[in-house]
Write a protein that binds this ligand. Structure first.
Ligand code: NOJ
Length: 733
């Protein structure tokens, strides 16, 4: 009897033990491993709660004119994520309190926002950042952006954009790192690391989002949101490498793109989202759709209605629905009808929860409400903004050493951008304010204080036909020793939904340049734009041309520093400047044509670009020595080093970027005429030399992928190229 009693007691204790193990809320235990917390929480969730985690609504002010949609009147406390347009900690905390305190499981919301090139301290646009060829410096800017954004309550930025873009009519060329896959890969990976740091939960770190996956930049004729035609080979050669690099750098999330990829929309593409991203690359984060991209599957002619669209997108591997609410509306029914599996829902929710745990949101869901001056426009951020701005500006022309300014006592500063602040911020400027921007006029006046007087005239607007301000501009041009004409684009002329049919500036601006050049003074043309421009007609009226892109808050300081010679320009183009719109698409890493010589060229204009990829002048001169290699043959699994010594033969210190290209001249799958595989930028003091090195791993640097994504290196001849220097090496069997 005693023995039976004992057994009953043991059974009761055991049952109680299991019950208490089950009730123990492992997901709330910060010392438990992330995966255990995820599984524990997942096991407690209803289907509705799971679907809510896969949904993103908007909160606050939607200040993106392209993000059209109905305002959400009621945000459920269970919502997975919010696009957080107001960027203030108070609003975040109020909403977060509802999620944490009013939802059954208290799962915190993930707040996302477009922090593209800075938050309040606005930096150079990404296309300009790439021209700095200084990813460490760009990373400094991204780090500052993450800290400011995080202080404002942002957990997640929809950046970096690593879409290779070869059509400058497409407004979004400004948001990425240019026409080359490798450049996008290097800058994208650096941005991911800068945003996320080593530990996502540490203060000031935010999650990154690689976008737009994939091939959005292959836009036809530069139009936005249109279908793209991309062969499997081009997908792997050109559009996927930057995403792969970002995933390898640890990017927490990826955004699916708006485009159709050769018939199958990117947001319903099982191959790219599931087979490549998750299965081949092992990405354990999640994919968020772009704005309404799931609903747009109906417009694109794939899905007949919202429910079918949700079914296509989800089954293709798209975990989070941005804005259109279709997962919220239909996912439960799709599961109940057996069209979507519960396993897939669980896998998707796991991915979202994993990020929330990694970010430390369960432990620390709120943001300290600190005064603005403690968080924004800090001196180190402004210093990075100025340095990045000056290192990214590209001196395109400098006849007779027109720049830097010397021996001038009166400068005529003319043009719609001469005293402008707002447009120098560029597109996607988050919480940037025009009044934070140092205008070119203010920068120059300060720089030239006690040296030269600066006369100012606007001359004309950005477009239109009004020439009434011309006479004043012509008058000051006549009075001055040198004329600086600031032309270019308004900030809204590039970015999303900002395609242009031509890359020429409006006629009024070119006319202004011609008018003021008649004064016969040396003319410096400053161009600010979010894309390459057609400068072929303006070229003859300008002695010097400086492309400044959209440099952000320190614009005027950086420009003035270059004009005065305080800075020696070191930017080089990361995108080709076509000679005219008719040459588009034109990019450096094209394949060879069938006929050589003069055949196959344009009959009416030159076939070469105005300024090629990698082009940019300096105030000093650099002489390149011979290109040497440590051996002229290498096994596929061996390694080899190429070297080149560069000497600064001028009178001032300068930074020089060496671009290492490779070429596989004869290959079963033909390769481009050259492909960038490495680059380095270093300061070279006047009269001194620096040796640049390229450590070559044959499979990584000489090999390539086929249309299935298999990387291989063929035996045979390869060329290593820097400028006009070439070394030939052989990869052995
Ligand atoms: C649409 C844009 O394509 C994307 O880049 C952006 O992140 C989202 N809207 C959210 O604003």
């Amino acid at each position: 009897m005693a023995r039976i009693k004992y057994l009953i007691l043991a059974a009761v204790l055991f049952a109680a033990g299991t019950a208490s193990a089950k009730d123990k809320e492992v997901y709330k235990d910060p010392s438990a491993p992330v995966e255990a917390r995820v599984e524990d929480l997942l096991g407690r969730m209803t289907l509705y709660e799971k679907v809510a985690q896969l949904s993103q609504y908007t909160l606050g002010r939607n200040d993106n004119v392209n993000n059209l949609g109905e305002a959400v009147s009621h945000i459920p406390a269970e919502i997975g994520s919010l696009i957080y347009f107001d960027g203030n900690a108070v609003l975040r905390n109020a909403m977060q309190r509802r999620a944490v305190e009013e939802s059954r499981l208290g799962i915190p919301v993930l707040f996302g926002y477009d922090v593209i090139h800075g938050f309040r301290t606005v930096f150079q646009i990404p296309l300009g950042q790439a021209a700095s060829w200084n990813p460490d410096l760009a990373a400094k800017a991204n780090r500052a952006a993450a800290q400011e954004a995080s202080a404002a309550g942002i957990d997640w930025t929809f950046s970096p954009m690593v879409d290779v873009a070869r059509d400058p009519r497409w407004g979004r060329v400004s948001e990425g790192y240019g026409e080359d896959s490798y450049t996008n890969a290097v800058f994208g990976a650096a941005a991911v690391k800068a945003y996320q740091g080593d530990d996502l939960s540490a203060e000031g770190n935010i999650a990154a989002c690689l976008k737009h996956y994939v091939g959005y930049g292959a836009s036809e004729a530069g139009r936005d949101y249109v279908p793209t035609e991309i062969s499997a080979q081009t997908l792997w050669d050109t559009y996927l490498p930057s995403f792969e690099a970002g995933v390898r750098a640890g990017a927490a999330t990826v955004m699916s793109a708006f485009n159709i990829i050769s018939g199958v929309p990117a947001s319903a593409n099982h191959y790219t989202m599931t087979e490549v991203l998750k299965e081949k690359w092992g990405h354990d984060g999640f994919i968020v759709s772009d704005w309404d991209a799931i609903a747009q599957l109906v417009n694109q002619g794939m899905a007949a209605d919202g429910k079918e669209a949700a079914c296509y997108a989800f089954n293709a591997g798209l975990e989070m629905d941005m804005n259109d609410g279709l997962y919220m509306k239909h996912l439960q029914a799709l599961v109940e009808e057996g069209k979507v599996s519960m396993d897939m829902v669980d896998d998707a929710v796991r991915r979202v929860l994993r990020l929330k745990f990694r970010l430390g949101l369960f432990e620390d869901p709120y943001t300290d409400e600190r005064p603005e001056e403690e968080c924004f426009l800090l001196p180190e951020s402004l210093a990075a903004a100025e340095q990045l701005a000056q290192e990214s500006m590209v001196l395109l022309k400098n006849e007779d050493s027109t720049l830097p300014l010397s021996g001038v006592s009166k400068i005529a500063l003319i043009g719609p951008l001469a005293d402008n602040q707002e447009d120098l911020l560029g597109n996607w400027s988050a919480r940037g304010r025009a009044e934070d921007v140092v205008s070119i006029h203010d920068g120059l006046v300060k720089e030239m204080e006690g040296i030269a007087e600066v006369l100012l005239a606007r001359g004309c607007g950005f477009d239109g036909q009004d020439t009434t301000m011309f006479p004043e501009a012509e008058r000051i041009a006549g009075e001055a020793d040198i004329v600086i004409v600031c032309l270019g684009e308004k900030r809204g002329w590039s970015g999303e939904n900002a395609s242009r049919s031509t890359i020429s500036l409006p006629d009024i601006q070119e006319r202004l340049l011609r008018a003021v050049s008649r004064a016969g003074k040396p003319v410096v043309l400053l161009l600010s734009s979010g894309r390459p421009l057609d400068v072929s007609r303006m070229d003859r009226y300008a002695d010097a041309i400086l492309e400044i892109w959209q440099p952000g808050v320190c614009a005027g300081k950086a420009v003035a520093g270059i004009l005065s010679g305080r800075y020696n320009p070191s930017g080089k183009l990361a995108i080709t400047f076509p000679y005219s719109t008719g040459q588009i698409p034109i990019y450096y890493n094209h394949r060879n044509r069938a006929r050589r010589g003069t055949q196959g060229l344009y009959q009416d204009i030159q076939s070469t670009p105005m300024y090629e990829f990698g082009y940019g002048l300096s105030y000093t001169t650099f002489e390149y020595g011979p290109l040497t290699v440590s051996s002229d043959s290498v096994a596929p699994d061996g390694s080899i080093t190429a070297e080149i010594t560069v000497t600064n033969t001028g009178n001032v210190d300068g930074k020089e970027t060496v671009h290492w290209f490779i070429c596989d001249p004869y290959s079963r799958l033909t390769r481009p005429v050259k492909e960038l595989r490495s680059f380095g930028k270093q300061l070279i003091k006047a009269g001194e030399s620096v040796t640049f090195r390229f450590e070559i791993d044959p499979l990584r640097d000489l090999g390539f992928v086929d249309g299935d994504g298999n990387r291989f290196v063929e035996p045979g001849e390869y060329r290593i190229m820097v400028k006009d220097r070439t070394a030939v090496i052989n990869v052995t069997d």
